[in-house]
Design a binder for this molecule. Structure first.
Ligand SMILES: O=C(O)CCC(=O)C(=O)O
Ligand SMILES: [Fe+2]
Length: 505
């Protein structure tokens, strides 16, 4: 799929570039064809308007007969137009395999709804930020949340998106070109009324349906609905006062804590033992680190979470991304004894052996030196390189296996003692997107450099730490306690990526 990694989204942009070139070629051919047709038309018309060009003239009579018996049929029955559109179709079909499909459209819409939820963004702000570059007062007809939310019976989201659509339509009614758009104020009113009806808010459904009839008085179905709603209201069937419940699609138990951490509200230092937290240079008694000690920032002692700054160089980061790029596949999670893709982990990943490149080997040696762990086979897994896409995330989970059935145990390495995660890409490309919300607001991009507000932090739910994406830094934590049991305090998540590009290893 396309939406699950930024790299694939970039490739999709490349595909559209190729489509554009094909359309340009088609337009060129068709314009030339029409120009030729016009020339023929003008030529014949000129003959008809010329009083001197009488068919008494044998030569002109001959050319009339030739035109009618030969030129006109070949003009009328020319296959040029068909050939041009056949070439256009063939060009499209050639690319079709690599174009996003229905699954991508759904995934992308769900990603936007997720961002809206996790970062408490307003639909208005998102619609402004995302659609602004075309025109500010154009209704967000293709509002992503709207269709998917509505189709899945998620009225909490569909109402928010439809309200925005209706208010934009009302503002611009009559002033946009309907040929360019799909949908209308009536459509939006119709869907919105039904969403309110389904959510139990009958009086709102009634008001909107009446507004609909104002534009389309002869609609029988809506007329019947109005009568039905009036009857229901008279019988006292309104739930207008109740707030809409957000569907807990993901069944997240710690949703509030998770979202607060993602929003950057939980990064305060632990009150316990603050003097042990902070920054230091570490050599770990390792010859590797004598000349260039690790820059360690201790974030928590229990569970032990540290961040090594400048762990890789920009060049190494680029090499890793380049090596992994062609191998990226939708990330999977353990599900019983199997591995499969899941809504709660959306990204693409690839595995790199240390034999793939000297850079990978050097990284493994550095990780071993810093952590003091033996990372030689079979003790460590291969390097997993992850690229997140639109709203990509990894909801709260443990890296260690919590069940004996886990596929982890089939590998000889046993359970995952520790995780090292290197952020190889900053959040960049934020400048075009403006999100209007109380939390995230900026003229040129996101506030500060920490990128916390740009999303994509790694959040430790119980430890109450959220680690922003610090480019080239490595995050380390122990998953297991000394006795080998899983440490329940390590529950952690990759927050949805709001904007930019998040790669980790
Ligand atoms: O991307 C992140 O911040 C977390 C990723 C993670 O937890 C994992 O890959 O296991
Ligand atoms: Fe994890």
């Amino acid at each position: 799929d396309t939406f699950s990694a930024l790299r694939s989204i970039r490739q999709a942009r490349g595909s559209e570039g190729r489509l554009l070139r094909r359309l340009r070629a088609y337009l060129r051919e068709e314009s030339a064809r029409l120009r030729r047709l016009s020339r023929f038309y003008e030529k014949v018309r000129a003959l008809h308007q010329d009083p001197g060009a009488s068919v008494d003239n044998p030569l002109l009579a001959f050319s009339l007969i030739k035109r009618l018996s030969s030129d006109w049929p070949s003009v009328i029955y020319s296959s040029e137009a068909t050939e041009n559109s056949r070439a256009l179709h063939a060009g499209f079909q050639e690319l079709q395999r690599e174009l996003p499909g229905a699954e991508d459209l759904d995934g992308a819409a769900r990603a936007l709804m997720r961002l809206q939820d996790v970062y408490a963004l307003s639909v208005k702000g998102m619609a402004n930020g995302l659609f602004q570059h075309t025109s500010t007062d154009r209704p967000p007809l293709y509002s992503p949340g709207r269709r998917v939310a509505y189709d899945t019976g998620d009225y909490y989201h569909s109402i928010a998106w439809l309200e925005e659509a209706v208010s934009r339509f009302r503002l611009s009614y009559g002033s946009w070109n309907p040929e360019e758009e799909r949908g209308s104020l009536e459509d939006a009113l119709d869907y919105l009324a039904f969403s309110y009806f389904m959510a139990g808010n009958i009086s709102h459904a009634l008001t909107l349906s009446r507004e609909f009839l104002h534009y389309d008085p002869s609609n029988q179905r809506v007329t019947r609905n109005v009568a039905k709603y009036e009857k229901m209201l008279a019988a006292g069937g309104d739930r207008a006062g109740r707030p809409l419940q957000r569907p807990n699609a993901t069944q997240l138990q710690n949703r509030d804590a998770y979202e607060e951490l993602c929003q950057g509200l939980g990064t305060q230092m632990a009150p316990e033992q603050p003097s042990h937290l902070g920054c230091s240079y570490e050599t770990n008694g390792s010859p590797f680190l004598l000349l260039q000690p690790a820059k360690k920032e201790t974030l928590r002692l229990q569970p032990y979470i540290v961040l090594y700054h400048d762990f890789v160089s920009d060049a190494e980061a680029e090499t890793i991304k380049g090596l992994a790029g062609p191998w990226l596949q939708r990330s999977v999670v353990a599900s019983g004894e199997k591995q499969q893709k899941a809504e709660y982990r959306i990204s693409k990943s690839a595995w790199l052996k240390d034999t793939a490149d000297p850079v990978v080997r050097a990284l493994e040696l550095r990780m071993a030196a810093v952590t003091g762990l033996d990372l030689r086979p079979p003790y460590a897994e291969y390097l997993q390189v992850v690229n997140y896409g639109l709203g990509g995330h990894y909801e709260p989970h443990f890296d260690h296996a919590t069940s004996r059935k886990s596929p982890l145990y089939r590998m000889k390495s046993g359970n995952r003692i520790a995780t090292v995660m290197i952020y190889v890409s900053p959040h960049f490309g934020l400048r075009e997107i403006r999100v209007d919300s109380s939390r995230v607001q900026s003229e040129r991009g996101w506030r500060g450099l920490s990128a916390v507000e740009a999303g994509g932090s790694t959040a430790f739910i119980y430890a109450n730490v959220s680690v922003p994406v610090v480019k080239n830094a490595a995050l380390f934590w122990w998953n297991l306690r000394r006795n080998g049991d899983g440490d329940g305090d390590t529950l952690h998540a990759g927050c949805p990526v709001l904007a930019g590009d998040k790669w980790g290893e």
